[in-house]
Ligand binder design. Structure first.
Ligand code: ZN
Length: 570
């Protein structure tokens, strides 16, 4: 993740007056030996904190039923407990360390506290987990395993005790030492007090909620907190059909960098906007029509795609735990349990107010530097939102399963390491192509298609900032190079990027054709040659990318639909 920042400053810091009680940990900290000495934090802490712009996220709860509206407060109480658990999952030392962070003062002290809250610990998630407070190395097993346990020790234990394999590798246990033994402790026991409180809040919410599918999910999830068996509640989550959307529990396993086994607790409490959902239904109904109109020969089209996994658009009311650590997400696809995916599929959820927050904090400032200033009036959130939405929808269009030399296979398997780059570029370009077709068909405002190029350019630059080693960024560079070669994108004498409307749609259509055919044919060498040809940063563009370095990397959300004392609590 560290290349997402574009800053190379090492973590070395100057000393700032701060009061540090003897920690018993990290005594390599300067002057840690006595009470009332100095704690070190990164000298550029103000700059790091400024990478995350405070941004208000609004959500309208007025259309919720009275029962569901009263459930919200109990759900927030439960969500807050996910924070408490995740702090412990991120590092067993968190509860003690937090007291010392709270005592930080002097220049940069407040920024260090804020950054600690954003990073859920003293390690910078944007810079390979280097410490920014103190100098303890980050434990790769986070708080899931004994810090002194090696991979080898864990594996040796399983070899010697095969009966422990399932519980040791379970996503819902932590590993602890008991004398000379290693033991797996279920989450329901390790975080028992917290999970019982969370379960009780979920049950209270279930009692007052009025949407039956929500009641069912909250009851089964509360039971899962106490039994560690999440299967039924994941199934019930797929059936949620009201205006409240809630993810709460242990989901992603990225925090466990040792093995990737252990799931982190998080919560995303969201509300569906009825108008967005109505429009989304309208667009989804057009997916088969779009597939049929793809600019490729019919034999490569896939009439059966498009009806795969459901997509929902929501506004966040509140988030907590893993979902809140470092860079906040704008979309998620859950559950991860393959048994649920096979039976019920998975659900993709787009977080619209988070998209809006990132648009205001990042995309608009990028546009101000990257496109001609007289076209700023064409940079528009509604256009950006539809572009992102169709990017997601277009992942479900075009070739998926293909036949290569008589062999049944998948695009993903044939294009290997190039797959993500080409698939992301395809989703961008096909999304832009689809918006034009639907605007022509009268299914969305014509302004969305006509303004699209000026929103498309800063939108893609936002992804390209992360450097061409990242798949989506490389895909973006390919798109820019291609569009410049076609004359659909030119650089002004001031060095700005200006779309050429007369050539735009034609070039977007040709690029959609080229990318889709690379996928349809599944020819790795051809794909490699294409990426090599177009994947070089075009002359002049590096300068633009360099000029974006001080624009915020992401947002630090403030949830306005939640009583202040709750959202500001941490
Ligand atoms: Zn994508």
């Amino acid at each position: 993740m560290q290349q997402r920042v574009g800053l190379e400053t090492p973590a070395a810091g100057h000393r700032v007056r701060a009061w540090l009680l003897a920690l018993g940990i990290g005594c390599t900290l300067l002057g840690c030996a006595k009470k009332g000495s100095e704690m070190q934090f990164a000298s550029d802490i103000e700059g790091r904190r400024a990478q995350f712009m405070r941004q208000e996220l609004h959500a309208n709860l007025e259309h919720l039923t009275v029962g569901d509206r009263s459930a919200v407060d109990h759900l927030i109480s439960a969500a807050r407990i996910m924070d408490d658990i995740f702090w412990r999952q991120a590092w067993a030392g968190s509860p003690d360390f937090a007291k010392h962070v709270a005592d930080l003062s002097g220049p940069g002290g407040r920024a260090a506290q804020d950054y600690y809250r954003i990073m859920f610990g003293p390690w910078d998630r944007l810079r390979s987990r280097q410490p920014f407070i103190g100098n303890l190395p980050h434990p790769p097993g986070a708080g899931f395993y004994p810090e002194d346990m090696t991979k080898e020790e864990f594996e040796a234990w399983i070899t010697a005790h095969p009966e422990d394999k399932a519980s040791f590798e379970s996503p819902t246990t932590v590993i602890r030492r008991e004398g000379t033994r290693l033991v797996a402790v279920p989450y329901s026991s390790e975080y028992g007090d917290l999970l019982r409180r969370a379960a009780s809040s979920l049950r209270t919410a279930a009692q007052v909620a009025s949407t039956p599918s929500l009641k069912t999910f909250l009851e089964s999830r509360a039971a899962a907190f106490l039994s560690d068996d999440y299967l039924q509640s994941d199934m019930d989550w797929m059936d949620l059909d009201g205006n409240l959307e809630i993810v709460i529990g242990p989901y992603e396993t990225y925090e466990d960098e040792l093995f990737g086994y252990k799931a982190s607790f998080e919560a995303l409490l969201c509300v569906v906007d009825p108008l967005d959902s109505e429009n989304l239904g309208k667009f989804k109904a057009e997916l088969p029509w779009l597939e049929a109109n793809l600019p490729i020969p019919d034999k490569h089209k896939n009439p059966n795609r498009g009806a795969e996994s459901p997509i929902r658009v929501v506004d966040e009311i509140y988030t907590a735990g893993d979902a809140r650590a470092g860079v906040p997400t704008i979309a998620f696809n859950l559950p991860n349990d393959e048994r649920v995916r096979e039976t019920k599929g998975s659900k993709k959820v787009l977080l619209k107010n988070m998209m809006r927050a990132k648009y205001d904090a990042i995309l608009v400032p990028i546009a101000e530097r990257a496109i001609p200033s007289d076209r700023m009036s064409d940079v528009d959130f509604d256009t950006y939102y539809h572009f992102v939405l169709f990017h997601e929808l277009c992942h479900g269009l075009g070739p998926g399963r293909i036949v290569v030399d008589g062999r049944e296979t998948e695009v993903r398997l044939e294009l290997k390491d190039l797959y993500a780059t080409l698939e992301e570029a395809k989703a961008d370009v096909m999304g832009a192509w689809a918006l034009h077709l639907l605007a022509d068909k009268g299914l969305m405002e014509a302004s969305i298609a006509s303004q699209l190029p000026w929103t498309f350019v800063p939108g893609l630059l936002r992804s390209a900032r992360f450097g061409i080693t990242e798949a989506h960024a490389l895909g973006v560079i390919c798109q820019f190079t291609y569009l410049m070669e076609k004359g659909a994108l030119v650089q002004t004498p001031e060095g700005r990027l200006a779309p050429v409307p007369a050539l735009w749609f034609q070039s977007i259509t040709e690029l959609t054709h080229d990318l889709t055919m690379l996928q349809a044919l599944g020819d790795y060498d051809a794909a490699k040659a294409w990426v090599d040809k177009y994947g070089q940063v075009p002359a002049g563009m590096q300068k633009i990318l360099d000029s974006l370095a001080d624009i915020p990397v992401d947002v630090d959300p403030i949830y306005t639909a939640v009583p202040q004392q709750l959202s500001q609590r941490r």
